[in-house]
Design a protein around this ligand. Structure first.
Ligand SMILES: [Zn+2]
Length: 306
């Protein structure tokens, strides 16, 4: 059984300006490293479809979706918040980023692949039901989870190891007992949420600035992974942000590639126990290009068990 690599050319065209850390170069950093490592040849490449209105509306309000569509500029850049902007390609990119996770869910649920990695941007985990923020327009991972539930699954899970708390995903699924969300994030740090869980299905652990692999693995081993295992998810989604890496310029945790390998192997084991191995991972943050490429490659290597 294979690992799918899902991408779309529009994600390369979304651009929030030459100084913005969430740059198109991030996708090249991931692809280049996957190719250089030899891993790319073992992946099955798919082009992401655009998410449909119906798929988006499972997690976003209709008037919010209409607002994003209306904000899409014909030229130049339109700011939705001080960090989050749209150029003429951003809407298309955000639709395909969400559609990539939907396709990933379809592929693993149909048995066409065992795991999938979506190399897409903009990221999604900060996008709330009716608010764009933190570089995010639509909550791609949430759209994928909601799609799996709409297909009749009774239990899904999200692992979010981005260095920033996935406030949007937590808000969207806080009252949804079919979903468990686990992960770690640096606190205090943007978006300054997550310390008080929004629901009993939320197991997100704050880590202090300077924390490294030891603290990360302890939080995972003591809290996140047991909660994930106890839920017996039929599919696991990953908000794969690599900005907790020690080289990342936007945060202050000290993870290394080995930590991403370790946590990925742990969830592969849980997915094989409960979910026939089904994992759909999507790129969130990660702003040091070299560290991003290396970390994503080791994550994909562990997903593919290569
Ligand atoms: Zn982040």
């Amino acid at each position: 059984m294979t690992t799918a690599f899902i991408a779309h050319s529009s994600c390369r065209l979304h651009n929030m300006g030459p100084q913005h850390p969430e740059s198109p170069d991030r996708l090249d950093a991931v692809s280049d490293r996957l190719i250089a490592s030899g891993l790319d040849a073992h992946l099955v490449h798919h082009e992401a479809p655009a998410a449909t209105r119906e798929q988006l509306a499972r997690v976003h309000d209709e008037d919010y979706i209409a607002m994003i569509e209306a904000a899409s500029p014909e030229s130049g850049i339109c700011y939705l918040d001080p960090d989050t902007a749209m150029n003429p390609h951003s809407l298309d990119a955000a639709l395909h980023a969400a559609g990539a996770v939907v396709l990933g869910a379809e592929l693993v649920l149909n048995g066409e692949c065992r795991t999938a990695f979506c190399a897409v941007r903009p990221p999604g985990h900060h996008a709330e039901r009716r608010r764009a923020m933190g570089f995010c327009l639509f909550n791609s991972v949430a759209v994928g989870v909601a799609h799996a539930l709409a297909r009749g699954l009774k239990r899904a899970a999200v692992l979010d190891f981005d260095v920033h708390h996935g406030n949007g995903t937590e808000q969207i699924f806080a009252a949804e007992p079919r979903v468990v969300m686990v992960g770690t994030f640096e606190y205090p740090l943007y978006p300054y949420s997550g310390v008080d869980p929004a629901g009993p299905n939320m197991h997100n652990v704050p880590l202090r600035a300077g924390s490294g692999g030891e603290a990360f693995r302890a939080a995972m081993t003591d809290i996140c992974l047991p909660a994930l295992d106890a839920h017996r998810p039929e599919i696991i989604f990953v908000s794969a942000g690599f900005d907790a890496h020690r080289d990342d310029p936007l945060a202050n945790l000290q993870l290394t590639e080995a930590d991403y390998t370790w946590v990925t192997r742990e969830i592969v084991a849980i997915a094989e126990r409960h979910a026939e191995g089904r994992i759909v991972s999507t790129l969130e943050g990660g702003y040091d290009l070299s560290a991003l490429g290396r970390s994503a490659t080791e994550h994909v290597r562990a997903l593919a068990k290569l």
